[in-house]
Each structure stands twice: as C-alpha cells, then as structure tokens.
Design a protein around this ligand. Structure first.
Ligand code: 5GP
Length: 121
C-alpha cells in the first residue's frame, strides 16, 4: 500500500491537528489515544512516512528502528506501567483491523487487560 500523506497521523506530525504529546525525539512521537481503551493508552509513531510494521521493517533505517523501540520503553516507563505490566500492539492491514495507515504502536496499561484475542469457537 502506498503511503497516504493525508492520513490523520501525518497531519498530527505536520501540526495540522493537535495531539496530547507525551514524548518526542528526532525520529519518534508519542501521544495519548483520542479514544482510550485502558487507563493508559498511548500511541507511539515514527516521524517517517511508513504505512505499517511491514513497511517499517523493510525500509526504515537502523537509527529509526532503534529510536522507535527505545521510545516505546521510555514511554511505558514514564507512564508508570512497567512494573505492573502492559501490552504493546500494532495492527497491520485489513485482517489486523488497522484504521490509520501510518505505523503506530499502542501502549495499553493501568488495568488487567485480559486475554490477547477474543476466542472463536
Ligand atoms: P488502529 O486501529 O489503526 O490500530 O488504531 C488507530 C487509533 O488511532 C485508534 O485507537 C484511534 O482512537 C486513534 N486515533 C484516531 N484518530 C486520532 C486522532 O485524531 N488523535 C488521536 N490522538 N488518536 C486518534
């Protein structure tokens, strides 16, 4: 899938839409999800134009990849979820139910999160 420069996170990165920033560095931005699904629900995104984990893994520089992974660790620690546990999630594509086509990792925490996926009987 080609990158859509008008997706909502691209617009946040350009400052066209506000966000509640919790962390920023040269390669990474983290902000609160607008519809939180847990007491802690933060999105961590690269500043580069990557659609998904597929795109990022294939095309991002080692510096960008290291920055994103380190940012995830810093944000989780700063949010106070590192001790009690938390969840890292990235939805990819149609089957993954990805809604925003700019790579993002969800950080969920602050409560017992339950099983990873609903069971299909
Ligand atoms: P996805 O389903 O693509 O993994 O998740 C997209 C996430 O982006 C959703 O949790 C949704 O609430 C969040 N989101 C969508 N639009 C905005 C926005 O304008 N601002 C913020 N902060 N989050 C958004």
């Amino acid at each position: 899938m080609a990158y859509d420069p008008n997706n909502i996170f691209a617009r946040i990165l350009r400052g066209e839409i506000p966000c509640n920033t919790v962390y920023e560095d040269a390669h990474t931005l983290a902000f609160h999800d607008i519809h939180p699904q847990a007491p802690v629900h933060i999105l961590v995104i690269p500043k580069g134009a990557y659609v998904s984990v597929n795109d990022f893994a294939a095309n991002a520089s080692d510096t960008e990849i290291a920055a994103l992974v380190r940012a995830i660790g810093k944000v989780a620690a700063a949010a106070g979820v590192a001790e009690d546990g938390w969840r890292l999630l990235s939805n990819v594509g149609t089957n993954g139910h990805q809604e925003v086509p700019h790579l993002h990792f969800h950080i969920f925490g602050g409560r017992q999160l339950g099983g990873m996926l609903p069971r299909r009987d």
